[in-house]
Design a protein around this ligand. Structure first.
Ligand code: MRU
Length: 347
């Protein structure tokens, strides 16, 4: 079994959602308890909790904790307001809306029952959402590992490890499972500008697992691939369209284009909770735009651009399905044509 800290849980007295504050890593591993809607929304927006499956699990627990405060009369009006608020925090990862709406639909299906009965069912559902993610990540790790060989070095982008999901993660799952089995697979870790999820989080997780990993700037992938240092690109996903187009952290698409040029396979690893068959193609996936300050000054002692400099800061891009060698889900490895196979497996 993996020894990864639990990133999201109900606090022992049930009054808060307890998370690892990912903005403090790698310097400090600190838990914070979130009790009210504003601090929950802030945690999602500021990426204290982040990663597509993780924000879905978090939102599920938030729905339960917030609902503990609703009276019988006002229950569904407040539930709708809080669910809509949670969903509006970030647009790209479909897991946030999917799991929030799953909780809302469960509560609505129990309209007329005692509040306590609804609360009990909501707590059980949130627990189930996490357990399902644990099982899916384990299956993804297993299937993903079948695509790699001992001695390979993979390129990672952003963070698709336990912090972004639960236990094994998606994109990092094969690496963590390999390490557990004594199979040596190394990683080149894209730092992932502008928020550095690779440098701060993926590097932390891989080093904790004792995996040989090397940090690179995002713009070094081409040289590394040209020199034959990378045997595969492994990435997670925030929303996959029906044709296999995959929205993931900004820069994933660039890495995939370079990989195609140098004949390096690109694997996108995701649970079915991240597949959105209502989006026909990647063009239908909303792309989150973030504050330009993240580029200008966030990680620097002094601003690194002239004052007043305009910035364009999309948080995600879409990797066209033609660039993806295989998709790995809990149901195994899927090859093109993705539209046909995704519909057959998940339609
Ligand atoms: O903005 P973030 O840090 O939430 O973006 C996360 C990613 O892009 C991950 O790669 C994605 O959620 C997959 S996580 C299993």
């Amino acid at each position: 079994m993996l020894n990864t800290p639990v990133n999201i849980a109900l606090s022992p007295d049930g009054s808060a959602v307890r998370i690892i504050d990912q903005t403090l890593l790698p310097g400090r591993l600190e838990y914070i308890d979130l009790r009210d809607r504003e601090s929950m929304f802030e945690a999602i927006r500021s990426l204290r909790v982040r990663g597509a499956p993780a924000i879905g699990i978090f939102a599920a627990w938030c729905v339960y904790v917030l609902a503990r405060d609703y009276g019988q009369e006002e229950f569904f009006a407040r539930l709708d307001a809080d669910c809509d608020g949670l969903i509006s925090c970030r647009p790209t990862a479909v897991n946030l809306a999917r799991q929030t709406n799953r909780m809302r639909a469960l509560a609505r299906s129990m309209a007329g029952q005692r509040v306590q009965a609804i609360l009990d069912a909501l707590a059980e559902e949130a627990r189930a959402i996490r357990e399902e993610d644990v099982a899916m990540c384990r299956a993804i790790a297993q299937a993903g590992l079948s695509l790699l060989r001992e001695g390979d070095t993979v390129l990672t982008h952003c963070n698709a490890g336990p912090l972004a999901t639960s236990e094994y993660g998606t994109g990092l799952g094969p690496l963590l499972l390999a390490a557990e089995r004594g199979i040596e697979i190394k990683a080149f870790v894209d730092e992932t500008r502008p928020l550095l999820q690779g440098a701060r989080l993926t590097a932390w997780e891989l080093m904790n697992a004792g995996i040989d990993c090397t940090l690179v700037c995002d713009n070094m992938a081409a040289l590394a691939m040209k020199q034959g240092r990378i045997q595969a690109v492994l990435a997670g996903c925030d929303r996959m369209a029906a044709n296999g187009d995959a929205a993931n952290k900004i820069g994933t698409s660039g890495a995939a284009i370079i990989a195609k040029h140098y004949g390096v396979p690109v694997y996108i690893l995701l649970p079915s909770s991240t597949i959105d068959l209502t989006c026909p193609t990647g063009a239908d996936i909303p792309i989150e735009m973030r504050d330009g300050e993240e580029i200008r000054s966030l990680w620097y002692e002094k601003p690194m651009a002239p004052e007043g400099m305009k910035c364009w800061n999309p948080a995600f891009d879409v990797t066209d399905h033609e660039l993806i060698t295989a998709i790995v889900t809990e149901k195994g490895v899927i090859y093109p044509p993705y539209d046909v196979h995704l519909k057959n497996l998940f339609g």
